[in-house]
Design a protein around this ligand. Structure first.
Ligand code: SF4
Ligand code: SF4
Length: 91
């Protein structure tokens, strides 16, 4: 089975909270912006948020995020993974 792998270049994605284009564009809602650091007595500044893809197993590889990202920060590659022995492909 071939599965998509989401690669995020954080040098190119520096302000995911302000941009948020891929967050809104992904039909599978794969992305999330989260604080890179958490402070005890104050909120994390916006510039310290990073883009993550916690729901990557839902990615279909549609490339919408790649097409829309203004900085070219996202690439999708494809990886072959062995199908688990329990499946017999009757769909
Ligand atoms: S390739 Fe499509 S499904 Fe996957 S993260 Fe990008 S927009 Fe979402
Ligand atoms: S569209 Fe690109 S620059 Fe904007 S938040 Fe997503 S990865 Fe970052």
């Amino acid at each position: 089975m071939i599965v998509p792998v989401i690669n995020i270049d954080r040098e190119k994605c520096t302000a995911p909270l302000n941009c948020a284009i891929c967050l809104k564009a992904c039909p599978q809602a794969v992305f999330k912006a989260k604080p890179a650091r958490v402070y005890k007595f104050r909120e994390t500044p916006e510039e310290e948020y990073i883009l993550t893809a916690p729901y990557w197993p839902s990615c279909t590889g549609c490339q919408e995020c790649v097409k829309r990202c203004p900085t070219g920060a996202i690439t999708i590659s494809y990886r072959e993974v062995p199908t688990s022995g329990g499946e017999n492909g009757n769909g």
